[in-house]
Design a protein around this ligand. Structure first.
Ligand SMILES: [Zn+2]
Length: 265
């Protein structure tokens, strides 16, 4: 059903024997239509003046590609394992799953990463659930601490390459936030959970935001700029489409940098 009073609407279109349900987001800030495909969601972002027919044509033109991509995402097993924080389970860091060792009844709460494994020392571990939540807290605190210097250095490197100027970076840890976003004052917010992704995926997210310092929005001009510095950026987007939800440990996120392609009819 279409409700024209809302800027975000749901539409359904018949393609052969399939009913394609998709979301339309209209905004005056969007200059070029974009198609975003996740494993279980299709979204078209369009300028305010796009007609419903135009939007439907975008979906119909790309229907085969959309269905192929969704099948691919659904069939690909994520590389990242969602941590359970049980003893000898794994926790992700920079695209790999590392063993987590938990030492109970230690004098202080602390975590370290050495020789390819995380070792968490925890004080109060009488109840197993308590031990798990303490290990999670230590691990996430560690990720947040390690994130800042790594992301700051890499952001500076990309900013220098592009002749852009990022004012500041900050680390957020909300499971509902995006991988990264650019503020109105040219500061970049990064999602802490990004530190679970491989380095080259992190690089893509940084490049994505640094390119926005030069070009706002996702025009062809924008994607040309991304391509110039990372010709295989689509592979990183694909990785995020398969693993992104696992990194967050939630299916709520629809991250901005998951854009699959953009098209303007
Ligand atoms: Zn963007």
């Amino acid at each position: 059903m279409i409700n024209n009073s809302s800027k975000e609407i749901k539409d359904r279109i018949r393609y052969g024997s399939i009913n394609l349900e998709y979301h339309i987001k209209r905004s005056k800030r969007i200059k070029t239509s974009e198609l975003i495909v996740d494993s279980d969601r299709i979204e078209v972002r369009t300028p305010l003046n796009k007609s419903l027919e135009d939007t439907r044509n975008i979906i119909l033109d790309k229907a085969d590609w959309i269905l192929k991509k969704q099948k691919e995402y659904q069939e690909t097993i994520p590389e990242i394992i969602v941590p359970t924080f049980e003893e000898n389970s794994t926790v992700p860091y920079l695209g790999k799953n590392y063993r987590l060792k938990i030492n109970k009844k230690q004098p202080i709460n602390t975590i370290g990463f050495m020789d390819g494994e995380f070792v968490a020392d925890i004080t109060n571990s009488d109840v197993n659930e308590n031990a798990k939540s303490q290990a999670r807290e230590l691990y996430e605190g560690w990720l947040r601490r390690i994130a800042y210097p790594i992301l700051e250095t890499k952001t500076k490197i990309y900013a220098l390459k592009l002749g852009a100027n990022a004012q500041n970076i900050s680390i957020k840890s909300s499971s509902k936030s995006r991988w990264a976003s650019l503020t109105k004052t040219d500061s970049i917010n990064f999602n802490m959970h990004l530190m679970k992704a491989p380095q080259e995926v992190i690089d893509y997210i940084i490049l994505h935001e640094v390119c926005h310092l030069k070009v706002k929005g996702h025009s062809h001009h924008y994607w040309d700029l991304v391509y110039r510095y990372m010709p295989d950026y689509q592979e990183k987007i694909n990785w995020l489409n398969v693993n992104g939800k696992v990194l967050i440990g939630s299916d709520k996120i629809t991250s901005e940098p998951q854009y699959q392609c953009q098209c303007d009819k």
